[in-house]
Write a protein that binds this ligand. Sequence first.
Ligand code: KG4
Ligand code: ZN
Length: 368
Amino acid sequence: MKILSIETSCDDTGISIMEVKGGITNASFTVLANNVSSQIDIHIPYGGVFPALAKREHIKNLPIILGKTLKEAKLNKKNKPVDLITVTHGPGLEPTLWTGITFAQELAKKWNVPIMPVNHMEGHMLSIFANKKKKFKISKIKNPTLALLVSGGHTELVLIKKWMNYEIIGQTLDDAVGEAFDKVARMLNLPYPGGPQISLLAEKARKDKLRITNNELRIKLPRPMLYSKNLDFSFSGLKTAVLYLVRDIGPIETLNEKTKAQIALEFENAAIECLVHKTKKAIEKYKIKTLIVAGGVSANKHLKNEMEKTTSAKAGQAGKKVKLFFPTQELTGDNSLMIGIAGYLNYIKNKKKVPTINSIKATGNLRL
Ligand code: KG4
Ligand code: ZN
């Protein structure tokens, strides 16, 4: 069957079409067309996503991207070009989610096809199944699986004993890790979106470490909740520590590039250490066989390196048995392929329980 997938939970408009077949463990996907239109340039002057503007852009872009996607997939929009529509219904910005849902509902009525609503975070989790090749098959994964989902709005550890059954065993008590990266970037006068900018600065500082001498400023930031007994995270104190640091040694305009890079490096080290430490703890506690790291922050190189170390043969008994999956770099951010994968798997699982078209609604704080 063919699936059209739509993603509009934040500032990326994504539409894709895939040909899919198979059951939950052996599903195979052929990408016929995949497009994502980023709104970054529009939001830069605001230093973050401006919801009303994001909604307007989605409304403008959706029909254009749909036309392009159908054309690339060599399908005609007048006939019934697909058999199923999948769309993100949360979590995310409600005004932008509604844009995607309303668009999906119009198409579903016109083509007389069902809609499968998809949780954006489940999409991120399953994005590891897609790859650069146009054709891919869901690989056999050994459970229990642990997913560390890290994005602009979420930081959660999810336990999967059986596919499509999720238990959140740890989460942030305040800011999401991506949000902390973005806010620290703003404190350092770096443009939106801040995560990749901080990460670039930190990478550079890590490489240049020999040039940072002991006589210079020693920057040490806290690792909140590192040794707490639970599997939860907290990033708000870390963010505030950067704020105080910049206030004490700043103003920011007076800090040289090297100092900014040192702050970025120490911030990245602290944030990633918290993520890795709790993940390691969860791996040991639940005797995890597979680790998935997904969501926008999974693009972070330091996070990937540290997780590779944690799950390598050298990491001891616990790490030895863990197989690690990250999405390919271009699928770390928001895209609709991941929505298609999650939507299809839920569709074949719940075929008899597909919601009516008009009952689908946006839920900004939707949980897994
Ligand atoms: O999943 P995503 O694209 O959108 C949401 O669902 O939120 O995640 C976006 C987040 C932003 O906070 C962005 O700054 C962060 O992912 N991000 C990164 C990196 N690339 C994107 N954070 C750290 N290092 C990166 N390389
Ligand atoms: Zn996302």
